[in-house]
Design a protein around this ligand. Structure first.
Ligand code: TRP
Ligand code: ZN
Length: 468
């Protein structure tokens, strides 16, 4: 799902027909969609030629055999006359692929699954591709050593996808620029539960009582790296905040110290809504796994995942991502600082508003670090390679960029910006140039000072002059 507006193909074809131009006759001139979207860090991630609008995932998982079997039905729209298109899928066995009900030829190379539909797809056509697959899903180790994809946990499994792991558990257009809505149905042996994004629509035991299907629905667009399924034995709690927002938390049954901080979710949501603007989704919550099951927190949509009980600051961070990252999503993996800079700055602001250090003091402490410190090792807008997209410059120095923007435009303009940036890009994507242009446009007269901030803090190598 893309938010950018395009002329409907039918209209283009009508215009072409008037001009006696051919090529709108059902796609006889179709060509294969690109096998990657040329992301600066992961060039083969995602695919060209179509936009996904909706994923309907029907998954079954058995923790004992570790087998996942699934059917993914992908509703997508062709953006060109398509003779073939790719999906990203790593590992697993593909059993059958259909397009609009007709069996389609499928071939695999690396993580590219190439689908050649029986009939070509004309530009503008919305089509349904189904992929039936199964196998033991892979755990992916990233360039920075962290693990994602499908993680086996002490009592089940956890599907995570930043930046590339979702392809280990469902086929799709796995690039943050193609967001879609989701239905995620997970069938598990009764006795374990399945938690996912969005809202739980139904929980249905099989007639023999041996399995239970959990049906989750994500009604707002979601980037595939924010999809999750958590399978295991959880203590779950569902309740509503005073403002009426549904909260659903699932805590691994062996973790006993999480309630105290999770009880703060309504407070954090209230403060973040006041500070960042209306919450963009239909529900919130958290999934807490055992610390040994996963080594980091992740801002999975609606329901961030934590390795054990989070501290309050981490809770603030992951919930802030729901605005910055989940609702307004980076256009490419180069724009990560827009996620992490904002989420880190949210931690600074929370402290500032709750009796801790002011953001200025947090900034000053960082600014005192020597030139050799890791925080200055590269400019936030330009990580050197994929191994560094979650390093300190993306987080702390990204937050420092925002603090310098605040000092340049003043508190009133800055706090308005915190709200309008996610509101104006709600459910969409944005890159660094979109952000700098947006700030400049709303602050005429500050152009020169802002240019200095971008030059030294956002794009500059080495430690910036703290006065710049
Ligand atoms: N986005 C996570 C956070 O800040 C951290 C993280 C987990 C991450 N996996 C990643 C960042 C992969 C970049 C790439 O809460
Ligand atoms: Zn983060």
């Amino acid at each position: 799902m893309r938010r950018r507006i395009r002329l409907p193909a039918a209209l283009l074809c009508a215009v072409a027909a008037l001009a006696a131009v051919t090529g709108c006759d059902g796609g006889v001139n179709g060509s294969p969609g690109a096998s990657g979207l040329r992301d600066p860090y992961f060039p083969k991630l995602g695919n060209g030629g179509y936009d996904v609008g909706h994923y309907d995932l029907d998954l079954s998982y058995d923790p004992d055999s570790r087998r996942l079997s699934g059917t993914a039905e992908i509703t997508a729209t062709a953006r060109q006359d398509l003779s073939a298109f790719n999906l990203d899928l790593k590992g697993l066995t593909v059993d059958k692929v259909t397009v609009d009900g007709a069996e389609a030829a499928a071939s695999r190379a690396g993580y590219e699954l190439t689908v050649r539909p029986h009939d070509e797809l004309p530009k503008g056509r919305t089509f349904h591709a189904t992929v039936r697959y199964d196998g033991e899903p892979l755990t992916i180790t990233d360039a920075d050593g962290s693990q994602e994809g499908w993680l086996r946990t002490a009592d089940g499994a956890l599907g995570l996808g930043e930046p590339t792991g979702s392809m280990a558990w469902f086929p799709g257009n796995h690039h943050p620029s193609d967001k879609a809505t989701y239905d995620i149905r997970v069938t598990v042996p009764s006795g374990v539960q399945a938690v996912s994004n969005g809202e739980l629509k139904r929980r249905q035991p099989s007639s023999d009582g041996r399995h239970t299907a959990y049906e989750w629905r994500v009604r707002q667009p979601m980037a595939s790296y924010l999809a999750t399924v958590a399978i295991g034995r959880y203590t779950t709690r569902s309740y509503t905040t005073p403002s009426g927002l549904p909260v659903r938390v699932a805590v691994d049954r062996t973790v006993h110290d999480a309630d105290r901080v999770l009880d703060r979710i309504p407070d954090v949501m209230a403060w973040e809504t006041k500070t960042f603007g209306p919450y963009p989704f239909d529900s919130t919550g958290a999934v807490v796994e055992r610390p040994g099951d996963v080594s980091y927190a992740l801002e999975t949509q609606n329901r961030p995942v934590f390795p054990g009980a989070p501290d309050l600051s981490t809770l603030v961070h992951e919930l802030a991502h729901q605005w910055y990252g989940d609702s307004v999503t980076p256009e490419s993996w180069r724009d990560m600082w827009l996620n992490e800079g904002f989420a880190t700055y949210a931690e600074w602001l929370w402290a500032e508003d709750h009796g801790g250090d002011s953001a200025q003091r947090t900034f000053d402490k960082l600014a005192k670090r020597p030139a050799s410190d890791a925080v200055w090792s590269f400019p936030p807008a330009e990580p050197p390679n994929a191994a560094h997209i979650s390093d300190a410059p993306v987080y702390e120095r990204g937050a420092m960029v925002l603090h310098q923007v605040r000092r340049t435009i003043g508190d009133a303009k800055f706090f308005a910006l915190l709200r309008s940036w996610p509101a104006d890009h709600e459910y969409g994507n944005a890159d660094t140039a979109d952000f700098t242009a947006y700030v400049e446009k709303r602050n005429p007269g500050k152009g020169e000072a802002l240019a200095g901030v971008w030059e030294s803090w956002l794009y500059g190598n080495g430690k910036p002059d703290p006065a710049s």
